[in-house]
Design a binder for this molecule. Sequence first.
Ligand code: 3EB
Length: 331
Amino acid sequence: MSIRAHFIPVAQSPHPERDRHVLATVTYGDTAGLSRFQHGHPDLTIPMAVTGGDAFREVWTVADRPRWVLREDNAYAHDGRHLFVAGLLPEQDVYTPPVRDIYEKAFALVNHLDYGHIFRMWNFVGDIVGTNAEGMEVYQDFVQGRAQAFHTYMGDSTAQLPAATGIGTQGRGIAFFLLATRRGVPRHIENGRQTSAYHYPDQYGPKSPSFARATVLDDTLYVSGTASILGHETVHHGDVRAQTRETLDNIAHLISRENLAPQGIDAGHDLKDLRMIKAYVRHEGDIPAVRAVCEEKLGLGVEVKYLNVAVCRDDLLVEIEGLVPARGWDL
Ligand code: 3EB
């Protein structure tokens, strides 16, 4: 039985469908923190909701009863098949060493608990396009620490880097969560329209970002945060509608048979198959424009959650993620 997710309003209690259990929740709201929720599962809260908008909660469910562990700055939950690990790092002058440290601890926990593969990560970076105490961009500072931790965990190979989102928040400091599998074997996917992030040239920073464009696990395709980037370059500067279209075209190609078949995945999807969609929008006032393009390309029936945060390059106005669920997810 695979891991699954759904969204609920914050005012609603997470109750999984029959015979499933809540592994953990992530709340997209207006504070930052890790807490124990209801019967005991960890909840990671990230400040990124739209002003006066509907904060929501992402509920991750699994087949077996999980064990939950919550500490001051990290938490984990696992049911023998899937593992959730979350961490919080307060604001720092320089992020590389402490980011390396908390990510190394998280990866060590993945190994210690005997979950073989990380298949999806979310990285929430406060003040992402700001500069640190030494004048380095916060995102680049973060990327460097994360790269060092991945190097400790898996060496020079990029073959096991998972799908990820790297995005701003309305707060300070860094939060993250990862999902790992014990028995499943994830397949990591690149996008023919985009340079692999781990091969970005050094004009963007001393280390390239550690993530894959998508990961397939148990017939579910997890789509990384995707932006208006062709090759490694931002396109459509200053035009949020065009950036949203390009972003969705990037995702459409990523999940298409044309892109998947050469990478050994016997599947082909289109944008109408996408679920659990989040659109991160830099300027709150751009949300209606992003919504209009999403409704045109994704259809009116599918739920898209809009969040108001900065993206990792100053010239990116929007970033979008989602997943294509395996049959039976019922989303
Ligand atoms: C990009 O394609 C946009 O650093 O974890 C997207 C997904 C982005 C993940 C990350 C960054 C990350 O480069 C930014």
